[in-house]
Design a protein around this ligand. Sequence first.
Ligand code: ADE
Length: 256
Amino acid sequence: MRFHVLTLFPEMVLGGLNSSITGRAISRGTISVEAVNIRDYSNDLRHHHVDDYPYGGGAGMVMEAGPVVRCVRDVSSRVAALSGKCPRVIYTTPQGRVFSQKIAEELAKEEDLVFLCGHYEGIDERALEMTVTDSLSIGDYVLTGGEMPAMVMIDCIARLVPGVLNNDVSAEFETFHDSLLEYPQYTRPEVFEGHRVPEVLLSGDHKKVDEWRRDRSIERTLEHRPDLLEHAVLDRREKQYLEQLLREKNAEGHPD
Ligand code: ADE
């Protein structure tokens, strides 16, 4: 899968994604990330400026339509020439749809994705109307630019690409895949500063271990993200366990 990030700060994007698991996937050729400098598409040959004052007044600067549109068109036409398909162009903005695991799964089906990162007070609206197919936010807070959101989304999408994670099954069994938070994990030593690893994990009884993990997932989800439980797929035993937890919670709230 190929990611194309259009940005004023290519070194920031490449520095982040060339590390750790995405870095290894890039070295192996499982994914590729190119960072394209929007400044290279400025018509101002001397200073390469790409921003100007907003019409109507107000604080800050706005990224001009010209360099952004030329940059997106150049990258998109290069992608189309190679793949025969115009790529989706994702604009990272707090005004977009909130990114989720479900959106990541959908985007992971694409061969190429273009990310357009804004800076300053944003990008001239006409450039967005002319080029953007998807506007995505990473949450209800405002960052100084779209690079980190693009990196967050690329990391999340890349780990769904076969071969990026060493263990192909792990993406299937983790938090959010089945609307439950992940169970707690332990490794050696068996006792750390007096705290023991739960006995069942040392028992070698795989059925018991699986049930224990599912129960911890249900507990955690009820405690931290009860909204997720509505979509969780639980078997009969798990439903009974959840009902028991809910009864206990209710009893705590209404002591006789
Ligand atoms: N740019 C600035 N803040 C952002 C956010 N929360 N999500 C996506 N892009 C952004």
